[in-house]
Write a protein that binds this ligand. Sequence first.
Ligand SMILES: Nc1ncnc2c1ncn2[C@@H]1O[C@H](COP(=O)(O)OP(=O)(O)OP(=O)(O)O)[C@@H](O)[C@H]1O
Ligand SMILES: [Mg+2]
Length: 365
Amino acid sequence: MLTMVIESIKITNFRNYSFEKADLYAGLNIFTGKNAQGKTNLLEAVCLCSLGKSPRTSKEREMIKSDKDRADVLITLKDDYLYDKVEIVLSRDSNKRVAVGGLPISRIGELMGVLPTVFFSPDELKIVKNAPADRRRFMDIALCQISRPYFYTLTNFNNVLNQRNKILKDKRATKDAIEVWSIKLAEYGAKIAKSRKGFLKVLALRSAQKHDFITGGEERLELSYEGLEGADEKDIYNHYFAQLKASMDYDIAMGYTHDGPQKDDIKFCANGIDLRNFGSQGQQRTAALSVKLAEMEIMNENIGKMPVLLLDDVLSELDSDRCERLLTSIANYQSIITCTDVPALPSKAKIFNIVAGKITESYLK
Ligand SMILES: Nc1ncnc2c1ncn2[C@@H]1O[C@H](COP(=O)(O)OP(=O)(O)OP(=O)(O)O)[C@@H](O)[C@H]1O
Ligand SMILES: [Mg+2]
């Protein structure tokens, strides 16, 4: 199996950074710094090269240093003995440019899986706590990195859903015309639901194991998929198409499509309690973390690359036992962890310090 690691990150005029380079270690990389020094900005730059977008803004220009016109992030990767690089250039007056291995790519789908990452910040609590849309986004980000066909199917599904919703609002549209879009929607929808169901099945198993370890056996985590019915793609298609047919009058009256993967959800239970509504902050946080660690393993099993784990400000939110167990469980993967103070470390780690957008490497413990 290949072991992919980030060798180095170079950032130029990105957020509060002018020009910085960091050479990473293959295991734990701890970036410490006071508030507002550039810790989250650095992880954002890594996410940008992984998914082509920021986890915290859809306005790409915000990431360019305020007094500059162009930002540049270059990440060098090593897959065993093969080197690769991902470069993203953002500019104020043109679209972003992405290059993999020095060659420009035209579709962002081509970036998926090149530099797989799993990002976790206190905000990721939303996977458990917030509305279903956040849980769907979580599944989609993981699945898009695992499978480019999933990325394209999702794009097609969303386009067809928009088209169907548009025609539902058009008073002149016939039922036959709507049905054409129902067929396409059911086709793409069945593929998405099948992938999500399969992912959830493995995720439930792996995250229960992670949760058991981090909570020291105190909590049993159970996840389940809430969405379209059906055992396989054909079966899901039949159910979904029948559902769209049955609710067509209602959809026309309301002017949008009610049923489908755009309503999917994940149920989170710990010791039988629905964490979405009744979990404590700590329980929700630990469950979200277990799920993210499980996601890493699933990505590794599917694409043969262990994703780089990005943990933003997460350690301070866990009690010392959970924190130590977490660091122990990730010691064999590459991770980039930000925190205000160096935590108790169970294994070797490279420590960096960030002050006002300047990175200094202190020591390898
Ligand atoms: N486009 C930009 N140009 C210049 N500076 C920016 C830009 N965007 C954000 N900043 C600055 O970057 C600084 C650091 O932000 P960042 O979110 O990385 O801090 P942090 O180290 O993660 O802090 P905390 O511990 O509070 O989370 C902030 O002071 C912010 O004003
Ligand atoms: Mg931060």
